[in-house]
Design a protein around this ligand. Structure first.
Ligand SMILES: C[S@@+](CC[C@H](N)C(=O)[O-])C[C@H]1O[C@@H](n2cnc3c(N)ncnc32)[C@H](O)[C@@H]1O
Length: 293
């Protein structure tokens, strides 16, 4: 399914604003940067450091990058793929806030990373010993970056596999299921989010985990709701805390691929609806969920 608008470079925006906070931390101070946007939009792809031209120029040719990865130049120095990312060292700086919510030792685990982009989370899971890592994305350009990074980091195709798969068709991977499914920064880019989320959840093994993130807006208030209301009930829909999705008709943060932005209550309700039980919210917008048996 096509995103609206024609962009030469697809923008990836999500709600990370550079300083995730615990959900109940009211006094969050926003840093002086582009508000509420996480993305590959205006980042320079000019690598820096003392890298010899080979790796650096290939990085440049494959850009622009959304994931800032530390790769190895021919002379052994580190070269970054998106050193001027406006959110800094991204997504490393974001990962820092929820890395401890995932087991350190993933030996024996299988991991599916949907919307893998340049492969940051796929590589992190491999570093933790995951036995099988499959990263998928619908964008061939990002997959080329991930493959380049894989070779540079010294992993084989078997160790970290990348494949072009559309999220709406993720169930074509069945009957394989995974101990951990990563679905970060993709939901709000989907015109049909629940349709995809249901399929994504079906890829998690019973009792397996999902690491989930979506851009969220609106009230962060959370409370229990009745399971049913009479049709005469109208007031509840004026309550900011009621589960809602904001529909983006044209674009948000300049990005026409942003379609639906839930409030946290809607995120959690959707996760429950597809059989995922929220186990932890290590920072704003990030959920660790377990598939209910
Ligand atoms: C905001 S980026 C998030 C990347 C990474 N998951 C992260 O959290 O850093 C969104 C990624 O999802 C991919 N994506 C968007 N819509 C998709 C779809 N319908 N099917 C598969 N991948 C999709 C994009 O190509 C992009 O790599």
């Amino acid at each position: 399914m096509q995103a609206r608008g024609v962009l030469n470079v697809q923008l990836c925006i999500c709600g990370f604003s550079g300083q995730p906070r615990t959900v109940d931390m009211a006094s969050f101070l926003r840093p002086p940067m582009q508000p509420n946007a996480r993305g590959d939009s205006p980042t320079s792809t000019e690598p820096h450091g003392s890298a010899t031209p080979g790796v650096a120029s290939q990085i440049h040719a494959l850009g622009p990058w959304f994931h800032n990865l530390d790769l190895r130049a021919e002379d052994g120095t580190l070269v970054q793929t998106a050193p001027n990312h406006f959110l800094g060292d991204f997504p490393s700086s974001f990962w820092h806030f929820f890395r401890d919510a995932i087991p350190q030792d993933l030996t024996g685990w299988s991991v599916l990373d949907i919307g893998c982009n340049g492969g940051f989370y796929s590589f992190e899971m491999k570093r933790r010993g995951a036995t099988r890592v499959l990263g998928v994305d619908h964008d061939a350009r990002y997959l080329r970056q991930a493959e380049f990074a894989r070779a540079n980091l010294g992993y084989t195709e078997r160790e970290v596999e990348f494949r072009q798969v559309e999220a709406y068709e993720i169930d074509r991977l069945l009957p394989e299921r995974f101990d951990l499914v990563i679905f970060m920064g993709v939901l709000y880019h989907l015109k049909h989010p629940l349709f995809a989320l249901e399929k994504v959840a079906s890829l998690v093994k019973e009792d397996g985990l999902m690491l989930f993130q979506t851009m969220e807006r609106g009230s962060g208030e959370s409370r229990a709701w009745e399971e049913d209301y009479p049709i005469s009930e109208r007031e509840v829909f004026f309550d900011d805390a009621f589960p809602r999705m904001y529909f983006v008709e044209h674009r948000y943060a300049g990005d026409p691929t942003n379609w639906w932005i839930p409030n946290p209550a809607a995120t959690q309700a959707m996760l429950r609806t597809v059989g995922m039980q929220v186990q932890a919210r290590p920072c704003v917008e990030v959920y660790v969920c377990r598939r209910q048996a």
